[in-house]
Design a protein around this ligand. Structure first.
Ligand SMILES: Nc1ncnc2c1ncn2[C@@H]1O[C@H](COP(=O)(O)OP(=O)(O)O)[C@@H](O)[C@H]1O
Ligand SMILES: [Mg+2]
Length: 254
């Protein structure tokens, strides 16, 4: 059974149809890509899955539960975490306090004990270490580079121990070496049993780490399959004008 099922979702903003009968599933323990040109409706899909945007039509299923009308905070309790394309870190807090906020909320009453025995501090340090931004722990979130802020959002999402992690353009702002380290981290997270759904424009990263890719164009899924299948798909190549489907291709210009 899929962990997530986006079931015939439509989102209209006035005259604009941002998502047009989108249908796709995400299998547990996979890294799944959601790709498509700018304006294809990827972020809107994420907003529907996380509850920030109510769909005009259609449903969202987590396991076999219909979560279409579930509030955002309850979806988080059920294991959905995310990062944002337009960063949403708490700018006036330090990097470590951004993560602490998520951990405290996730821990609830247990957090009171953890604040006293120091284990929360250890976990925050471990999370920052894991995503590779330990050196920024005491910096204000509004003073750090974009790439670091994306990794901060990842650490903050991980503090809530998500089963399903949605990442919206996570590699923008990362250099090549950082992107490679980030790709390895995604594979590790999936091996631990987390499920990752990623919107990403860096085609090398997408092709290297994703098990399955769904391609969205004008709000509809136009192709899905393995990286090799999607790369060879004529409709995908047409939607991605400028994307050279050669094995050694670098970042797509989309
Ligand atoms: N809140 C909104 N109000 C009106 N139009 C929106 C809103 N959010 C997104 N759109 C429009 O919906 C379409 C899809 O946007 P989006 O989901 O952000 O695409 P993507 O993430 O694939 O680039 C675009 O045409 C965008 O302008
Ligand atoms: Mg977007």
């Amino acid at each position: 059974m899929p962990l997530l099922h986006v079931d015939d979702v439509v989102v209209r903003f006035g005259g604009v149809t941002a998502v047009n009968h989108a249908n796709f599933e995400v299998e547990p323990g996979t890294v799944t890509g959601l790709i498509g040109p700018n304006g294809a409706g990827k972020t809107t899909c994420f907003n529907v899955i996380t509850g920030l945007q109510a769909p005009t039509e259609g449903r969202v299923w987590l396991d076999d539960r219909d979560i279409t009308r579930m509030p955002v905070h309850r979806r988080a309790r059920h294991g959905i975490g995310r990062t944002f394309q337009r960063l949403e870190a708490f700018g006036s807090l330090t990097v470590e306090d951004n993560v602490r906020t998520a951990l405290d909320i996730h821990d609830g009453i247990k957090g009171l004990l953890r604040a006293v025995d120091g284990s929360a501090d250890l976990e925050i340090a471990a999370l920052l270490e894991r995503v590779g931004i330990a050196e920024y722990a005491r910096d204000r979130a509004d003073s750090i580079p974009t790439g670091v802020a994306r990794l901060l959002e990842l650490a903050r999402a991980l503090a809530c121990d998500p089963r399903l992690l949605l990442l919206d353009e996570p590699s923008s702002g990362l250099d090549e070496a950082e992107t490679e380290a980030f790709g390895s981290l995604l594979l590790e997270l999936a091996q631990e049993g987390r499920t990752i759904l990623m919107v990403e424009h860096d085609m090398d990263l997408v092709m290297n780490v994703c098990d399955t890719i769904h391609v969205l164009d004008f709000g509809s899924i136009i192709a899905q399959g393995t990286p090799a299948e999607v790369r060879a798909d004529a409709a995908v190549q047409k939607a991605y004008l400028g994307y050279a489907p050669a094995p050694s291709s670098t970042e797509a210009s989309v």
